[in-house]
Structures are given as structure tokens and as C-alpha cells.
Design a protein around this ligand. Structure first.
Ligand code: LLP
Length: 387
């Protein structure tokens, strides 16, 4: 919630801008960490959700590890306080350069997604006369009941090691000249998961796989169950912080790590989504034939999720204008970009808007700033941090 005092500040700022509520970020990270600590679980922050330097610093200070998907994410995470030994490196397409970066930094583990990738990591590690700690990403074939663009754990997705390659992976890891150390199993079923029975099914699948490895004499030190906890985009103030206590309790209840096995998570959205809002000015109100358009100075270039996934973000008018708030109007809230998909919401009921007023597009802290672009040669993003 943006206070009146902050609103007065924001009115003086150039828009569009990303507003970050750092006290809420700290409260969220602390709640997640405390809930995980209760069971001895480890959290890696999925840097892809938001790599703003201020956000990274806050999160690293509170003692989380990092989950990175590129060499530059690894270097950026380390530059902003994350320990190399707490970094996992995921992604189906790691380049040789990125593998070298990860090896020279001494990260915790590569989350490996294919046999060929494993062979390349092994060859580079041997050439660098070091060893590579790897976790094998297993595709649990679980439907995450989420948008198909962000479902990752099904057989038809590109993620994870194909079952028919698994034995060859183990043979390579255990060969005499191998520079590989198997440190974990990695799973991730998708993002924005609000049906928590998905996580229960994931736990049961992880248990099965853990048993499969144990039967082959392999007890991996780390079970990494990924991320994906959804947030309530409809209620950013009422449910600002996910119920982490129950989330981790579910894993404590259903996951069966063997003595000495650690449980790791890779959380992105649930840690940063609600601390961010995209603040935008109403440029014009256009009365259409059947509807009214509210044209904002922010568009899909600043927040792509609605255009790309038809994602819902709550839109709020921030100012108390001349008219009473009871006077409402339905708007199609759109941006200035030359694309019809540049729309934040259709049929959005809002207090009557006038040119120059500020609106907030809520829950934009995850996959917002990071997915922005300079299409149409847009102005660089502006920021406001509430300390
Ligand atoms: N681990 C892996 C292997 C992942 O692929 C992801 C997200 C995460 C962890 C973090 O998931 P989270 O806790 O944030 O759900 N751009 C999309 C989301 C893409 C998610 C990609 N993977 C969106 O705006 O909804």
C-alpha cells in the first residue's frame, strides 16, 4: 500500500517508474527464511525474477543463496553479496563461457539438464583441472495446473534429463577420469502454482526418485525441489506475504529426505512480486464507441506479463481527484506501444480517471523490470525505493 506521503513524492517523479517497497521485501524474505529455517531447509533466490541491484543486496544480506540461469547472473549475484558456494546454476543452454565462469567461481552446483551438457561440463572441468558439482534435473512429469508457458515439469517440456539418458549420465559421473561430483537431484514443475496439491505430488515423486538412486547405492547430499509458489495477484495488500509456514510444513510432512540429505528450494516470484508496483501516469482518456480507453505512459515495454500471458495485475488509481471515489467508470487500460496486445486490462472498474493522475499496477516486482525492453526506443526505467 502506498502512503499519502509517498504519493506526494511519486507525483514529483518522472513516470513510468518501478516503485519498490523495501520494508515489505525484508518482511517477506525474513518470513520465508524463518519458515524454512524451522525445518533446516535452504532457499536460493531465483535471480531471474528480479535482478535489480538494490533487491539483490537486500536479499543477500538476509542470508539466502542464489539460483542463477546465466554467467552474468552468477557474476551479478556475487557482486551483490551472494556467496558463490550458495549458488546453483540452471538452464537448458549453458554456454562454454558460462560454464567456465561457474567453475572458476566455485558454485554449489550445476543443475544439469542433458547428457551432452554433462559431457561438456566434465570436459571443461578436466581442462581447468578442477571438479564440477552437479545436480541432475529430473523431469517429474507433473502438471503444475498453471499457464502453459510457465509449466516446466511435463514430459513434453524441454527441461530436465530424458529418462533414457539417465543411466549414461551416471556411468559418466562414476567413470574413473570423471571430474564430476554428483551432489544433488533437482526438480521444478512450473511457476505461479496456487494449487498446493501439486507440491504434495512433487514430494511423492521426489521420494520415488530418491529411492531409485538409493537402490543404486547413491545417496545425494541435496534434494532441490525448485520454486513455483504462486501469489494472489487479486489481493496484493490482503495477502502481501505468502503463507510460507504452511508451504514449508507441507514439504516437511511429505518429503522424506534420508539422514544427512539437505532440502533446497529456488523461490523467485513469492519473494519479490508484491514489493514492486509499476507507477504510471494517465496520458489520455479516449471515449470509444463501446468503451473508454485509459492510455497510460507505461506499456508492455515496462511490464510484459499481461501482453504475453494475459496475466492479471491489479490496477489502482492512486490519487484522490476532484470526483468522489464512488464515481467509477470501466476502462480498457492500455499502454502507448504500437501493438494491440499492449493492454493491462479490459473492463477494469476504476474511480473516474483524468489526464495526469497516477495509477499503480500492482505485484510487478517479479518478472516485471527484468522482462522490460527498449522496443519503440522507450525511455530507460525510473525507480523509487521506499526505505
Ligand atoms: N527454478 C527454476 C528451475 C525455474 O525455472 C524457475 C522459474 C524458478 C526456480 C523460480 O520460479 P518462481 O518461484 O519464480 O515461480 N516469466 C514468467 C515466469 C517464468 C518462470 C521461469 N522459471 C512470469 O512472468 O510469470
Amino acid at each position: 500500500m502506498i502512503s499519502t506521503a509517498i504519493l506526494e513524492q511519486l507525483k514529483k517523479e518522472e513516470t513510468p517508474l518501478y516503485y519498490y517497497d523495501l520494508p515489505l521485501l525484508r518482511a517477506t524474505i525474513s518470513a520465508a527464511k524463518a519458515a524454512a529455517d524451522q525445518w533446516g531447509f535452504h532457499i536460493h533466490y531465483a535471480v531471474k525474477a528480479n535482478n535489480n541491484p538494490r533487491i539483490l543486496q537486500e536479499i543477500s544480506t538476509l542470508g539466502l543463496g542464489a539460483d542463477c540461469v546465466s554467467g552474468l547472473e552468477i557474476e551479478t549475484a556475487i557482486a551483490h553479496g551472494f556467496q558463490a558456494k550458495s549458488i546453483v546454476f540452471a538452464g537448458v543452454g549453458k554456454t562454454e563461457k558460462e560454464i567456465r565462469v561457474a567453475l572458476s567461481q566455485g558454485i554449489l552446483a550445476f543443475n544439469v539438464e542433458s547428457l551432452e551438457e554433462l559431457q561438456v561440463i566434465d570436459a571443461i572441468a578436466r581442462e581447468m583441472e578442477t571438479h564440477a558439482s552437479v545436480a541432475l534435473r529430473i523431469n517429474p512429469n507433473i502438471d503444475a495446473n498453471t499457464h502453459h508457458y510457465i509449466t516446466t515439469g511435463l514430459d513434453e517440456n524441454k527441461f530436465g534429463i530424458m529418462m533414457h539418458e539417465l543411466e549414461d549420465c551416471l556411468t559418466l559421473i562414476h567413470s574413473n577420469e570423471s571430474a564430476l561430483a554428483l551432489v544433488g537431484l533437482h526438480f521444478h514443475v512450473g511457476s505461479q502454482i496456487t494449487d498446493w496439491t501439486v507440491f504434495k505430488r512433487l514430494c511423492l515423486k521426489v521420494n520415488e526418485w530418491n529411492t531409485w538412486f538409493i537402490e543404486r547405492g547413491i545417496v545425494v547430499p541435496i534434494l532441490n525441489v525448485g520454486g513455483g509458489v504462486g501469489i494472489n495477484y487479486k489481493n496484493p495488500d490482503g495477502e502481501a506475504i505468502v503463507d510460507f509456514a504452511n508451504f514449508f510444513a507441507l514439504f516437511h510432512r511429505f518429503l522424506e529426505p534420508k539422514p544427512g540429505q539437505q532440502v533446497h528450494f529456488e523461490l523467485g516470484r513469492s519473494l519479490v512480486a508484491n514489493c514492486g508496483s509499476l507507477i504510471s501516469r494517465v496520458l489520455y482518456i479516449k471515449k470509444g464507441v463501446n468503451k473508454n480507453f485509459a492510455i497510460l505512459d507505461a506499456g508492455m515495454t515496462e511490464l510484459l506479463r499481461p501482453a504475453l500471458y494475459q496475466a492479471y495485475h491489479q490496477i489502482q488509481r492512486l490519487e484522490q481527484g476532484e470526483l468522489p471515489v464512488e464515481a467509477t467508470e470501466k476502462y480498457e487500460v492500455v499502454g502507448p506501444i504500437c501493438e494491440s496486445s499492449d493492454c493491462f486490462g479490459k473492463n477494469v472498474e476504476l474511480p473516474v480517471l483524468v489526464r495526469g493522475e497516477l495509477v499503480a499496477i500492482r505485484s510487478a516486482g517479479a518478472y516485471g523490470e527484468v522482462m522490460s525492453s527498449r522496443y519503440n526506443l522507450r525511455q530507460p526505467l525510473q525507480f523509487y525505493f521506499e526505505e
